[in-house]
Design a protein around this ligand. Structure first.
Ligand SMILES: Nc1nc2c(ncn2[C@@H]2O[C@H](COP(=O)(O)OP(=O)(O)OP(=O)(O)O)[C@@H](O)[C@H]2O)c(=O)[nH]1
Ligand SMILES: [Mg+2]
Length: 455
């Protein structure tokens, strides 16, 4: 299968396309240096350059100077892919980059598939699968905490944890199987009590990873926050103020926002996915009605609601309805327009409530703090240690967990140790699959196809 061939030399533009300071064409594989030799004109031939050195020169193809470049040589095995890698730093425009890539391809490289450089690093054993996946998570990280977690995964934090659990399972299996193979021999065996203790230890380790599933979900998806309220209370103004940009249209006409408007912010390192919604009211207007329907759906799937009330106008039926219907949800009451004379007092409203002026930004910091507090309070402690953010890992861990549980139950109900060994083996192979030690090509294809080309 082509995806897994390591014999050919691959190349791609590794920086985003568009106008930039520089752009990089990356080449990896056995012919990298040879190809570079044919295109590069400088003081030294790339194939004679020591590893980790950079060289100034020109790319010349078919007698035509394509670009003035800096070329970097990284020799196997100390490179991203563990193969010979050449990176050509071109001027940033699309044209020189494309021309350089074309020349590289004409000289014998083939265009890399998405994620193929990272795939090679994995296939060549430089990184395991969780580390390869971390590369993708780093690119996609939506907040500092997500980035930190992905970086630690790239450094092998998660792999180390899982390898420890693997080792404990293998140790236990060795004892159990020795007992099964040589029942008559005088070898030191574990008592059922000791087996139980070890199983419990393994169980604890896996479950403590699983317990942080919720944090993983947040890092992956962010906290979904819907801004709701009747028309004209200032929802879109609030969205814009939190984002620091004019994302949503704001007018004094009630019913301005019809569709959901979404964007991301981070507060204290936590990613929030904000959704501004259509004002909540009964209406005959078809478009607006559809908008309100979407508001309902957004509300249903939110982790947190910002229920916005306008303090400068008397409360109406819609406000009361919303207050009543969101009372069992995680919410913050946002009392807006405090820069205007008040028409009522929020005194009797339940907490948490924050008074703000979305227009002048007064109170906005308190609101941010409250949003972070709602999330951190008791539920999400972004503590130390790996957090599972990847659904593939999560599923496999759950499988391992259930087999360890099976093994514990078999032991408690006095079943033969053969059953326990079987469960342990299945759990072990799930853990190996997380690290990519036992994983099918189809799964690899699926993972790496989500990367961008050039990674
Ligand atoms: N004085 C004052 N005016 C505000 C404040 N927040 C919003 N407004 C004004 O209130 C009007 C409505 O604001 P929007 O943000 O469009 O209100 P909305 O809740 O999104 O309204 P719909 O999209 O129609 O549901 C605009 O004229 C805003 O300038 C505030 O804190 N103080
Ligand atoms: Mg609006």
């Amino acid at each position: 299968m082509r995806l897994f061939s390591l014999e050919d030399t691959i190349a791609a533009i590794s920086t985003p396309l568009g106008e930039g300071g520089i752009g990089i064409v990356r080449i990896s594989g056995p012919k990298s240096l040879e190809i570079a030799d044919r295109l590069f004109r400088g003081k030294i031939k790339p194939s004679q350059a020591p590893t980790y050195t950079t060289h100034y020169g020109k790319i010349v193809h078919k007698g035509e100077v394509i670009d003035e470049v800096i070329l970097t040589v990284m020799r196997a095995p100390k490179s991203y892919t563990r193969e010979d890698v050449v990176e050509i730093n071109c001027h940033g425009g699309i044209f020189p980059l494309r021309k350089t890539l074309e020349a590289v391809l004409e000289e014998g490289a083939r265009l890399a598939k998405p994620g193929e450089f990272t795939l090679r690093a994995f296939l060549n054993g430089r990184i395991d699968l969780t580390q390869a996946e971390a590369v993708l998570e780093i690119v996609r990280a939506k907040s500092e905490i997500a980035l930190k977690n992905a970086l630690s995964q790239l450094e092998g934090g998660l792999s180390k944890y899982i390898r420890e659990v693997e080792r404990e399972i293998v140790d236990l299996l060795t004892f159990i199987e020795a007992g099964l193979d040589f029942p008559e021999e005088e070898i030191e065996l574990l008592s059922r009590e000791e087996i139980k203790k070890r199983l419990e230890g393994i169980h604890r380790k896996i479950s403590s990873l699983l317990e942080r599933e919720k944090e993983g979900h947040i890092l992956r998806e962010g906290i979904k926050v819907s801004i709701v309220g009747k028309p004209n209370v200032g929802k879109s103004t609030l969205l814009n103020s939190l984002l620091g940009k004019e994302k949503a249209i704001v007018t004094e006409i009630p019913g301005t926002t019809r569709d959901l408007i979404e964007d991301w912010i981070t507060i204290q390192g936590i990613p929030f996915h904000l959704v501004d919604t259509a004002g909540w009211r009964e209406t005959q207007d078809l478009v607006e009605r559809e908008g309100v329907k979407r508001t309902k759906m957004a509300m249903d799937i939110s982790d947190l609601l910002l229920v916005v009330l306008d303090r400068s106008e008397p409360l109406e039926e819609e406000d009361k309805w919303l207050l009543q219907h969101t009372k069992n949800r995680k919410r913050i009451l946002v009392i807006n327009k405090i820069d205007l004379p008040p028409a009522w007092s929020p005194h009797n409203l339940p907490s948490p409530k924050i008074q703000i002026s979305a227009l002048t930004q007064k109170g906005l910091n308190d609101l941010r703090k409250e949003m972070a507090k709602c999330i951190l309070k008791g539920e999400i402690e972004m503590g130390e240690g790996p957090i599972i953010t990847n659904l593939r890992h999560l599923e496999l861990l759950k499988t391992a967990y259930s087999y360890i549980k099976n093994a514990m139950e078999s032991l408690n109900s006095g079943l033969s140790e053969e059953f326990i060994a079987q469960d342990l083996k299945t759990a072990l192979s799930s853990l190996k699959e997380i690290l990519g030690e036992e994983v099918g090509e189809e799964i690899l294809e699926n993972i790496f196809s989500r990367f961008c080309i050039g990674k």
